[in-house]
Design a protein around this ligand. Structure first.
Ligand SMILES: [Zn+2]
Ligand SMILES: [Zn+2]
Length: 345
């Protein structure tokens, strides 16, 4: 089969190559990939800016498909079932986090497309326990967005204290920021989404899908804008989804006294922040990293919720052969979520 693989560490070293079809081992199921999302992590991997990588490895960690082969010892799954697949390839199963179902904190966690062969290929072999049946009416495109949706669901529903009637600030209008905004609105909050002038289309997309306020943080002072919208109160909860120092500082300044800041984005380096604000305003600062099995159950159920506007975030679906052109578009921040479909030629 064809597979888009990172062959070794270093700049580039990503190629579409021919590899044997994977065979499902004990406890595994083989999935025929119908749709797989490209994300910022894949771009970082292309440029060798992702630490945990274990090449040679097939990329692709956001995916959906059809069961096409069941390994020994697997019960309850049969060929042809439509599934979304957790991006967690495995964890130790013994540590305190695994025992509590918090696998995202396991020091031995492995992820498809990073430390185990992923889904930019015709087939992928996965642990059967990673499968989730798609709800009636959910498309493969929507299901391929279950992974970023899980990031948003974990941040909003599992880590934050968002209540109905809250005003929520979200910085960074990429896929994760858009989904955090949508899930916060599902929770009854109204949302202020902030980006820069280069994010014009993304901010327009957000307002078209229901976000109440969009702010250009390079044209307007963001904490002042949040103050204007909240009549001086400040945001109840801020989700930082940009991974940029200025955005982190704005979140700490724009959140109300006693409010919460949830860090979702990664900066990849140390940042300078006004740490005293956390003390002086009694801010609760909280990290939110990926997701776990519970998050997946909630998110897959949400895929068929008409209030979520997942289709609006999709910028196109392409064959594996066009991966380089599509990666280029991602890098130039054109569009939002690009999908690869190995069945297309
Ligand atoms: Zn991703
Ligand atoms: Zn563990």
């Amino acid at each position: 089969m064809r597979a888009l693989r990172k062959l070794k560490r270093g700049e580039g070293e990503v190629e579409l190559v021919s590899v044997p079809d994977p065979q499902p081992a004990r406890g595994e199921v083989r999935v025929r990939v119908e749709c797989a999302g490209i994300c910022g992590t894949d771009i970082h991997i292309l440029h060798d800016a992702y630490g945990n990588l274990q090449p040679p490895v097939t990329l692709g960690h956001e995916f959906a498909g059809v069961v096409a082969g069941v390994g020994p010892g697997v019960h309850g799954w049969s060929d042809g079932e439509r599934v979304a697949v957790e991006s967690l390839a495995g964890s130790c199963g013994r540590c305190r986090y695994c025992q509590a179902g918090e696998t995202q904190c396991c020091p031995e966690r492995r992820a498809f497309g990073i430390s185990a062969d992923g889904a930019f290929a015709e087939y992928v072999a996965v642990r059967a326990t990673a499968l989730h049946r798609l709800p009636e009416g959910a498309s493969f495109q929507q299901a391929a967005m279950a992974e970023p949706l899980c990031v948003a669901v974990h941040a909003v529903l599992e880590k934050s204290s968002v209540q109905p009637e809250d005003t929520v600030l979200v910085t960074g209008p990429g896929t994760i920021g858009q989904l955090v905004a949508q899930v916060a609105r599902l929770s009854g909050a109204s949302v202020i989404l902030a980006g820069t002038s280069t994010d014009r289309e993304r901010l327009e997309l957000a307002t078209a899908t229901g976000t109440e306020h969009a702010i250009f943080s390079d044209r307007e002072d963001l904490p002042a804008a949040v103050g204007r919208i909240t009549r001086g109160r400040g945001a109840d909860v801020a989700f930082e989804c940009a991974g940029v120092g200025a955005a982190v500082r704005s979140c700490l300044a724009a959140v109300r006294t006693g409010g919460q800041v949830v860090q979702v984005g990664l900066a990849g380096r140390p940042l300078e922040i006004d740490y005293d604000r956390i003390c002086l305003k009694e801010i609760t600062l909280c990290g939110s990293f990926t997701h776990n099995h519970r998050t997946w159950r909630k998110s897959v159920a949400l895929l068929s919720d008409p209030r979520l506007k997942l289709d609006a975030l999709v910028s196109g679906e392409f064959p594996l052969e066009q991966w380089r052109a599509v990666f280029d578009r991602c890098e130039q921040a054109q569009g939002l979520k690009y999908l690869l479909n190995p069945a297309l030629r």
